[in-house]
Write a protein that binds this ligand. Structure first.
Ligand SMILES: NC(=O)C1=CN([C@@H]2O[C@H](COP(=O)(O)OP(=O)(O)OC[C@H]3O[C@@H](n4cnc5c(N)ncnc54)[C@H](O)[C@@H]3O)[C@@H](O)[C@H]2O)C=CC1
Ligand SMILES: C[N+](C)(C)CC(=O)CC(=O)[O-]
Length: 484
């Protein structure tokens, strides 16, 4: 699938990162003189965040391909994400340029925060293929995307966005600013008044959110949270108790303070005092690390966004393994992520096992023990592992795993992995015993003939002697050696 991105700023950069990390090449047009640097920095932060978020091996990244015009960027695109500044005249001009060059079947998703599809479609040649696909920042982490516009294009856009780990929420009736920004605008407006009236600083308001109800919102939203706040009688009691207060003039929702120089100076000054010690990119990394932690907590509870992470990981695990070019098998490659490096400045010990585990998974997929097979209640469990750490590897290094089958019978197989650096030297070896199990019964059972035949075929290629260390454990330290 060919993806094009028009605009590579805060949001365009986030979209590009999500598509690239999901394995798609993205053709980008943005006339900003520093667009490549900006997108590069967003992509670096996004890569770091994904490496921390997902346990599963990430797909092989796509490429960012820079185009010198909109026409060049969209020429053979299937899906085009428009993320230029929020001005309707500009969006109309961009859409016209896209339509003049893109295939008629291409879908155009607009990141617009406020414009309705009917406004974007004014004067379009193929209006039905233009939809709002409004994301939230950071696009590479937050899954939700408001899809407005209806019809086949909205359906197809939702499918494409789901395939890159997003959660499209289809909005049936178009309104200004969709749903998320309406809610956010209410709280933003109120917060500006509180600063304007000298009631609270930017930091105090942020503390009330981040130490309070902001934590609730990440996992239960508004209605579910208030249902609980109604006690055992739930939502009815909540509405009965707090409903009347809505008629009291608590808030200033329909009004907005004058954003004059004095108020802008006050807000910007307080914001500098609150967060100015960090650059924006640092703040992005702090935000991303916190989001990753929240996502992982929700994954452990199989709740909310944790379910999206789980589904994405399931898709990553079910990766296709390319046919190997020979034997020993080379089925898995990876790069040492920055977060894999410990205080010694090299890849930490348990990441070696992760790389070997991912290579074992690739082997299982190769012999047919894949997600579809596991769905039948059969799988493979590792019951013994011996790793030899041979050489240090540094962040960014590419690693290739070379795999041999050292033996098998009806219920067991014994694998040997060698993790190789780019110069072909061994960084580590691992030996692993796996059992074929009935996952419901929790016990080893014989493999079906299909798997056994695959193992037989592989074993027939293993003609060289086993490595000398095969079958050995950790050496004993003899007293005489210790003294010498
Ligand atoms: N910043 C945010 O929090 C969010 C913004 N949005 C929406 O995303 C869209 C983009 O907003 P941001 O990324 O924040 O703006 P931005 O100012 O960070 O990025 C806009 C980018 O568009 C580029 N651009 C300008 N003219 C162009 C042209 N003719 N062709 C291609 N690129 C062009 C600019 O060089 C810039 O890199 C807007 O519609 C906005 O409402 C949606 C969700 C959140
Ligand atoms: C401020 N904003 C209207 C551009 C924000 C959004 O559209 C969504 C977000 O990420 O908060």
């Amino acid at each position: 699938m060919k993806i094009a991105a028009i605009g590579g700023g805060v949001i365009g950069g986030g979209w590009i990162a999500r598509f690239v990390l999901s394995g798609h090449d993205v053709t980008v047009f943005d006339p900003h003189p520093e667009a490549e640097r900006i997108v590069g920095e967003v992509l670096a932060n996004a890569t770091r965040a994904w490496q921390g978020l997902f346990q599963a091996p990430l797909p092989r990244s796509g490429r960012v391909v820079w185009a010198s015009s909109i026409a060049e960027a969209v020429a053979d695109a299937d899906y085009i994400q428009e993320s230029v500044p929020e001005r309707l005249d500009l969006k109309h001009r961009i859409i016209a340029e896209i339509e003049a060059a893109a295939p008629a079947s291409a879908i155009i998703g607009s990141s617009t925060s406020g414009f309705k599809p009917s406004e974007l479609r004014e004067a379009a040649r193929h209006p039905d293929r233009i939809v709002v696909a409004h994301p939230f920042n950071p696009v590479y982490l937050l899954p939700v995307v408001e899809v407005v516009g209806g019809g086949a294009a909205a359906q197809r856009a939702s499918e494409i966005l789901t395939s890159v780990g997003m959660k499209p929420v289809r909005i049936a009736r178009e309104i200004d600013a969709h749903i998320g920004d309406r809610l956010l605008e209410a709280i933003w407006r109120e917060a500006l008044w509180l600063v304007n009236d000298g009631i609270a600083t930017t930091e105090e308001i942020d503390d009330i959110i981040r130490f309070g109800f902001g934590l609730r919102w990440a996992q239960m939203g508004l209605f579910e949270t208030y249902r609980i706040a109604g006690g055992e009688a739930g939502m009815r009691h909540f509405l009965g108790q707090f409903g009347p207060a809505l008629k009291w003039p608590w808030t200033k929702l329909m009004d907005v303070p004058d954003l004059d120089d004095a108020l802008i100076d006050r807000i910007a000054g307080q914001s500098d005092a609150q967060s100015g010690a960090h650059s924006i990119r640092e703040l992005e990394r702090i935000r991303d690390d916190n989001l990753v932690g929240i996502f992982q907590a929700l994954k452990a509870n199989d709740w909310g966004v944790g379910q999206t992470v789980r589904a994405q990981e399931a898709a990553f695990y079910a990766r296709e393994v390319a046919a190997p070019s020979g034997y020993p098998l080379e089925l898995h490659q990876t790069r040492v992520a920055g977060g894999w490096v410990d205080y010694n400045g090299h890849m930490t010990e348990f990441r070696y096992l992760q790389v070997m585990g991912d290579a074992t998974d690739a082997f299982l997929i190769h012999i047919g023990l894949d997600a579809a097979y596991r769905a039948q209640g059969r799988s493979a469990y590792t019951v013994e592992t011996h790793i030899r750490h041979i050489a240090e590897v540094k962040a960014g290094e590419r690693l290739t795993v070379r795999t041999r089958l050292l033996g098998h019978d009806q219920k067991r197989f014994r694998l040997h992995h060698a993790i190789l650096r780019d110069d072909g030297t061994e960084a580590a070896t691992g030996e692993h015993m796996l059992l074929h199990v009935d996952t419901d019964a929790g016990r080893a059972v014989p493999m079906p003939s299909l798997l056994l035949a695959a193992l037989d075929r592989i074993a027939a290629q293993d003609s060289t002697p086993h490595p000398e260390h095969a079958g050995q454990g950790v050496r004993a330290i003899r007293q005489s050696e210790a003294i010498a």
